[in-house]
Write a protein that binds this ligand. Structure first.
Ligand SMILES: Cc1ncc(COP(=O)(O)O)c(C=O)c1O
Length: 483
């Protein structure tokens, strides 16, 4: 077993060891149940210290690729289905032309929703990053430079797939930090992940198709799939993410499943490796698509980021989508889709049909922002800022709302889901909070089926620690008034 380490690149050694082992497991070079070397001897083989090897093993144990048996060592998990371990050849990563299949869209079904789309920048607002900490001066300089550099050619039409330099930078970022298997030729730049969902729906689905979604789940996905005229099939989530056995029971004719495996929206769990393998297997057997929404996975506080589901997929069933709305700011309206090579032409055709291409000025500025290291620096600063904000929120909840709320999961992302005690109505709590200048979301709104847990989604991204702490005092008062 050998892994090639490259000390000339910016990817940390532990990450290279982790990627190498993960790939070896998924490619089948390491077989299920096979014993892997001790950290000491593997470190000696690689000529590195033991620490990065320990970190890589720990992460793989955490993600379920490895299992430890006391006294006898560390083994590759026995749960990986055989056919998931066929590696994809580079040839399959080269886009190939395919006849374009026409897509139809029905009229938008008129579904009323109580989820407001107004986002005041106040404590508990969900979905907003730390806009107060955005490096505005550096960004303004970059954008101004790009405006000055406009030429008649640059003011003409752009590539529907997106600006080449941005696609290259996004592919590099996704490969190294999200373990996505992709090349720039698979990246489609879109105006945010909402657009990515609509694009995927119009490319892959027909009106009346059935689409499985996590229950509770993301209201933006509900809207996108309803607007495409499809039927939503809610599938419960539990501590391991989407319940794949429940998905199987929903019957065979499900064309696609929407999931948030890195950080389930809204409850916050990470999908276990066991479930990921089961879901990939289900999709391959049913020839269904998996739509992976990796919206805020850059921010993880408890353990290291978990790799993408797309990176585990050997059969090209996953359409991966992400956004800069959380890592930078939502008004940027830049997101991306990683398209399996065989679907590329169909996606590009739909992309053209939507709005031809995304505005180039921000694409150019963003490519510069990524290439010059501003983005990586910003992410590093934001990780510690969010940790501080999250901790302030958790401390405040403990101090002012103890016994009134139960924190569901706070490992990652920019919000915390809390469950409310008996007799408390989340819509009512949110309305009362609104009257006091705070903006949470009711958990019950995230359900489309009849069983609805009462809880609150409390965003901590956009408010400084002291304001969050003060807001928890108001929340405590509101909850006590109600109970
Ligand atoms: C689950 C999920 N996906 C995606 C997004 C972001 O969407 P967009 O990229 O369209 O701004 C959000 C924002 O709150 C979200 O919660």
């Amino acid at each position: 077993m050998h892994i090639l380490l490259d000390r000339s690149i910016r990817v940390p050694i532990f990450r290279q060891i982790y990627d190498g082992l993960r790939r070896a497991i998924l490619d089948g070079r390491l077989r299920p149940g096979q014993r892997i070397p001790s950290t000491r001897s593997f470190a000696a083989d690689l000529g590195v210290s033991r620490l990065p090897v320990l970190n890589a093993y720990e992460q793989l144990l955490h993600e379920g690729y490895l299992v430890g048996r006391t006294g006898s060592g560390t083994f590759v998990t026995g749960n990986i289905p055989d056919d998931l371990m066929r590696s994809r050849t580079t040839e399959r990563l080269t886009p190939r032309a395919r006849p374009v299949v026409g897509t139809r869209e029905s009229a938008v079904r008129n579904q009323s929703s109580t989820t407001s789309w107004i986002f005041p920048v106040v404590p508990f607002q969900i979905g907003l990053p730390a806009l107060d900490l955005f490096p505005q001066a550096a960004w303004a300089k970059l954008v101004a430079r790009e405006v000055r550099a406009e030429t008649p050619e640059r003011l003409a039409y752009g590539d529907p797939a997106g600006l080449r330099s941005l696609r290259v930078a996004v592919a590099e970022h996704l490969r190294t930090s999200r373990a996505v298997r992709c090349v720039a030729d698979q990246i489609l730049i879109v105006p945010g992940s909402q657009a990515a969902l609509r694009l995927a729906a119009s490319t892959l689905l027909e009106p009346n198709d059935r689409v499985a979604i996590e229950e509770p789940g993301y209201f933006g996905a509900h809207r996108a799939f309803r607007a495409a005229g499809t039927h939503l099939v809610p599938v419960p989530v539990d501590a391991e993410g989407l319940n794949v056995a429940a998905l199987q029971r929903r019957g065979a004719k499900i064309r696609a499943v929407y999931v948030t495996p890195s950080h389930q929206y809204p409850l916050g769990m990470t999908m276990s490796a066991r479930r990921r393998f089961a879901l990939l297997d289900w999709a391959a057997r049913h020839e269904s698509w998996i739509l992976e929404d990796d919206y805020d996975s850059e921010f993880r506080y408890v353990s290291r980021p978990v790799g993408s589901l797309q990176g585990m997929d050997a059969r090209d069933r996953v359409i991966y989508m992400g956004t800069f709305s959380k890592a930078l700011f939502p008004a940027l309206r830049v997101g991306y889709v990683v398209v399996p090579p065989l679907l590329w032409t169909r996606f590009l055709e739909s992309r053209f049909a939507f709005d031809i291409f995304a505005p180039t000025l921000y694409q150019r500025s963003l490519a510069e922002f990524l290439e010059t290291g501003h983005f990586a620096r910003h992410l590093r600063r934001m990780r510690s800022a969010y940790l501080e904000r999250r901790n302030a929120l958790l401390r405040g909840l403990e101090r002012h709302c103890d016994n009134l709320v139960e924190v569901h999961n706070s490992d990652a992302g920019l919000h915390v889901a809390v469950l409310l005690g008996e007799g408390l109505d989340d819509q009512d709590v949110v309305a009362r909070l609104g009257r006091r200048g705070l903006a949470a979301l009711p958990l019950s709104n995230a359900y489309i089926g009849p069983t609805r847990r009462q809880g609150l989604l409390l965003g901590f991204g956009c408010a400084p620690p002291q304001r969050l702490h003060a807001a928890t005092r108001i929340l405590g008062d509101v909850l006590r008034e109600q109970s």
